[in-house]
Design a binder for this molecule. Sequence first.
Ligand code: ASP
Ligand code: MG
Length: 463
Amino acid sequence: VIIVKFGGSILKSGYDYLRAARIVRSLVDEGKKVIVVVSAMKGITDMLLSFGSRSASDILGTVKQRYFTSLEEIAPPIDPQLVDIVGEMSRLSSELTKALWAAKVLEEISPRVRDYIVSFGERFSILLMSAALRKVGLKCKWFTGREAGIVTDASFGDAKPLHEVSKKLVTDTLGPVLEEDVIPVVAGFIAGTIEGTVTVLGRGGSDYTATLLASYLGAKEVRLYTDVPGIMSIDPSISSDARVVPLMSFDEAMELAYLGAKNFHPRALEPATENLIPVRIKNTFSPEKAGTLITRHEPPLLSRIVKAVALIRGVAILTIEGAGIVGGASRVAYEVYKAMNEAGINVIMSSQNASQVSISLIIPQNALEKAVSYVKRATEGLEGTLRIEVEDDVCVVGVVGAGMRGTPGVAARVFSAIAREGINIRMIAQGSSELNISFVVKETDGFNAVRALHREFRLGEIS
Ligand code: ASP
Ligand code: MG
C-alpha cells in the first residue's frame, strides 16, 4: 500500500486532476495498492478562510466556478459515468451556500463554523479527483477525512488526531476497499470529532493526513506530489545552482521544512518518522524523476555534511538587555516568553548571552509592534533597568545537515565563507541537536550569504 498525496499547488485546473490520475494509473499498473489524498484546489482554502472580510456571494461564486469549470475540463457534464459526482457537487454547493448565509445572518463565525466552511475546499476536491480517476479507468471511492476514520479532539483549526480510535476506524474502513482493488480517495486536512463534527488539522494538513493514514495502515511509502522537483539545496529563485537533494533523514527534512516552508504542517513528518515510513517528494510534471527521498538516517548514504541552506525573510530582532535584574536572565526569559505566548507570536529563533542579561528573539516582522508592547508590559515590574531594542531589516540564514553533528569545523567553514563576503553577523544560534546552524544578517546581505554557503559546501554539484 502506498499513500499518494496531491497538493493544492498542483491542483489549478481539471487537467491537473487528470495528470494526477494518470500518475495513480501508472502506480496501479505497477501492481501497487494506492490511497489518494487530495488538498483543496490552489487558493481555495485561503478563499474560504477569508469569509468575514469577503462577501459570502463572492466566495461562493469563486469556489463554485473553480470546481465546476474544472469538472468540465475533466469530462463533459453529461458524461453518464459521472452522474453521481455531478449530483454530489450540486448537493455540496447548496450545503456551502446554506452554511455561508447562515453564518452571515448570525454574524458569527465561531472556530467550529470556520472549520466546517473551510472543509468544502477538500470536499469538492475528492469529487474531482474521483472523476479524473474514473476517466483513466480506475475504480475509486471518495471519503472525507472523518469518513475515512480520522477522529480528532475538538480543538478547531488545529485539531489533534486520536490515534487509537482513528487507527481502528481507518483500518476497518479503508482495508476492505483496498481488498476489492478500489482506490480510496481521501480528503486531506479535514477530519472530525467522534460525534462527527468537522474539524481541520491545521494549515498544510493534507501532508499530515497522508502520513497518518500511512502509519495507521502500515503503508510502505508516502508520496507527496508537488510543483517543485523535490527538496532543493537552495531556493531556486535565489540561485540557479539549486539542486534536488536526493536523500535526507527525517530530522533534516523536518529542520528544513521549518526553515523554509510557510505552509508546512509541523506534525506532518511525525507519523512517518515514528513508523519509519519513507516519504518521497515528487514533481507531478516529471513523475519519472526520483525527487527527494526522506528516510531513516543511514550514515553511509548521508555523505554530505550540509544538505541545504535556507533563508527566512520578513523577520525582525527583538533584544531585551540590562544588568542587575533581580532574578537574572531566567526571570527575564520567563517573562518575555510568556508575553510572546500570550501575544500569540511565533519565536523563530532565540539566543542568550552568557554574560549579563541579553536575550534576542527573532520574530515575524509584522508582529514587532505587538511584541514590543507585550514585552514592555511583561517586564515593567522587574527590578533593574531593561532596554528593548529592535531591528527590522534582517533575515535568518539556516544551514542544515545531520553530518554536522560531532563534526568539528563546520561552523568555522560557515562563518569563514560569510566573512569572505564581508557580511556582518548579527546573531547566532545552534541547537545542541547540531542539525542546524542559524544566524542573522542584514536583509540586504541575505542572498549573498546563502549563495556563499551553497558554494562553500558545493551543494550545486552532484554528490
Ligand atoms: N488546503 C489546506 C491548506 O491550504 C491543507 C493543505 O493544502 O495541505 O492549508
Ligand atoms: Mg502543502
